[in-house]
Design a protein around this ligand. Structure first.
Ligand code: GTP
Length: 322
């Protein structure tokens, strides 16, 4: 079918957007795809991770904060550049473009900002990832998560393999309770799940007309704060692990997401540290020169003050900014 599928990939903090995207890009259907990546903090960890794994596909970073609050024109300009570069190369239009939104993005303002791209033959599809273990609780506690799922034409269940995820039927029922109209993708195999997410025939919409309502951008995320922790270089891994343990123990369920690249003593190249809630993944060594802002770690929490967070981090020599 001619035209470009424009996928808005949303989903709450840590719900599996980047993982789904990387699984798709590693598969056979990824040819003729362009990717745009937005991260919530001022540093673009996802951009560095996706850029490293995109196997030559064009990737644009949208690093200036949560896409629904601040971007608009930057998104449109980046899409126009990708399309123009493709055209200049004498290639047919992209088969699909995938915008990975930050975990706090509400789809509404993003869809409205796409109105400025009306001259392109785009079919807009909104996808949301739904963490099989925590998705229902996130939707109850955070309006952002509920808005993402409510707007989705396709909901992709993630983390079905994790202990504590429960039966897939329960996760599917929880997702349907929030949005009974969405197509559900719940393949247990990650590669099959990613392929179904981006190539399945869910509903789509033409690009909406340019927005006529002003003042709808700039929505706030009132309970959630994004902090930037600075970890000095040359720390042994044990010291960083100790900081992370303290962070999880003291912040508890107020901690939503931690993600960043740090320089570890004796390790060549950045190390990716990340956690969802208080559960941290094993650190991942990235190739030297992977990009990203070394030593900066985004900490996203709700109902946590900068003063409290700074007090937790100071004994570890880690400083906090916003
Ligand atoms: N076991 C398992 N882990 C997963 C799955 N999906 C994501 N994860 C892990 O969950 C963590 C967060 O996943 P991401 O894909 O980075 O989540 P995200 O939605 O892109 O996160 P933000 O961009 O920060 O909102 C990582 O440690 C992933 O490895 C899954 O299906 N199974």
């Amino acid at each position: 079918m001619a035209g470009t599928d424009f996928h808005i990939l949303c989903g709450f903090l840590g719900s599996g957007k980047t993982t789904l995207l990387l699984d798709f890009l590693a598969g056979q259907d990824a040819a003729d795809t362009a990717v745009l990546v937005n991260d919530v903090g001022r540093i673009d960890v996802d951009g560095a991770v996706v850029g490293r794994s995109s196997t030559g596909l064009p990737v644009a970073m949208l690093p200036n904060g949560c896409v629904c609050c601040s971007i608009g024109n930057e998104l449109v300009a980046s899409v126009e550049t990708l399309v123009a570069d493709r055209d200049d190369a004498g290639l047919p239009p992209f088969r699909r473009m995938i915008l990975e939104c930050s975990g706090l993005s509400r789809p509404g303002p993003i869809v409205r900002s796409l109105g400025d791209l009306g001259r392109h033959d785009f079919r807009v599809r909104v996808l949301a990832t739904f963490d099989a273990g925590q998705g229902a609780a996130h939707a109850v506690h955070f309006e952002e998560a509920a808005a993402q799922l409510a707007a989705a034409q396709t909901i992709v269940l993630s983390k079905l393999d994790l202990d504590g995820a429960g039966p897939v039927e329960a996760a599917a029922a929880a997702a349907r309770a929030i949005n009974p109209f969405a197509r559900l993708v719940a393949e247990p195999d990650r590669a099959a799940r990613a392929a179904a997410a981006f190539t399945g025939h869910g509903p789509s919409a033409a690009v909406p007309p340019a927005p006529t309502v002003v003042g709808l951008r700039g929505l706030l995320h009132p309970r959630i704060a994004v902090f930037l922790a600075t970890v000095p270089p040359g720390r042994p891994w044990e010291a960083i692990a100790h900081w992370i343990e303290d962070l999880a123990a003291r912040c508890g369920d107020r901690l939503l997401r931690v993600k960043g690249l740090v320089a570890v003593a004796g390790v060549d190249g950045p190390v990716l540290v990340q956690g969802v809630g208080t559960i941290f993944s094993p650190p991942v060594r990235m190739p030297p020169g992977s990009g990203g802002d070394l030593g900066s770690v985004v900490v996203i929490a709700h109902d946590l003050s900068a003063v409290d967070l700074a007090a937790t981090c100071a004994p570890h020599g880690v400083t906090i900014g916003q």
